[in-house]
Ligand binder design. Sequence first.
Ligand code: NAG
Length: 206
Amino acid sequence: MLPFLLLLLLLPSSSTALDFCVGDITTPQTPSGYHCKSPTKVTIDDFIFNGFEQPGNTTNIIKAAVSPAFAAQFPGLNGLGISLARLDLAPGGVVPLHTHPSGNEVLLVVQGSIKAGFISSSNSVYYKTLHKGDIMIFPQGLLHFQINAGGIPSVAYASFSSSDPGLQITSIALFGSSLPSIIIEKTTFLDHAQVKKLKAVLGGMN
Ligand SMILES: *[C@@H]1O[C@H](CO)[C@@H](O)[C@H](O)[C@H]1NC(C)=O
């Protein structure tokens, strides 16, 4: 037994270590991310993302744009447990209550002011108006929001503890999906007229 253990200690431990696993986004995503692109096909451009150079388009119902640099958009960070997003909020803009099921979030405000908050799983509420230079944490999986609080376009960058943190907006999940109205009414205590009105705004079916 002892000689066997010594042999294990002598084996080079780094021989199978992967420095990176640039995602092959032509293949389906797995629970641990994308399969790795062949290292012989990896180039410097796999490690660079240019999608934050322009503001996101905020001409939409929420007057906001979330531009993700998750593994699907930035394959170089596949498997590294990190990712980013740019957030643009026009005056009156809001990122409605949403969750990132798979990652903690750190948000840095770089322009304007943003009222941001989250609700804990014991329903304690934490919110504050953030100004340029302020940073706030949103723990994994908790419902949270960001609202323009400055009257001017606001910009923030979020980083996540996952290369694919996910993004689910609660109102769109409810009123922009195919969940039948009768089930929404039963599970939310909203009445039929309220559900129909929200579905008309957010595109829900059934
Ligand atoms: C922004 O989005 C709106 C609505 O989809 C579209 O009409 C407009 O052309 C877009 N603007 C730019 C600069 O892409």
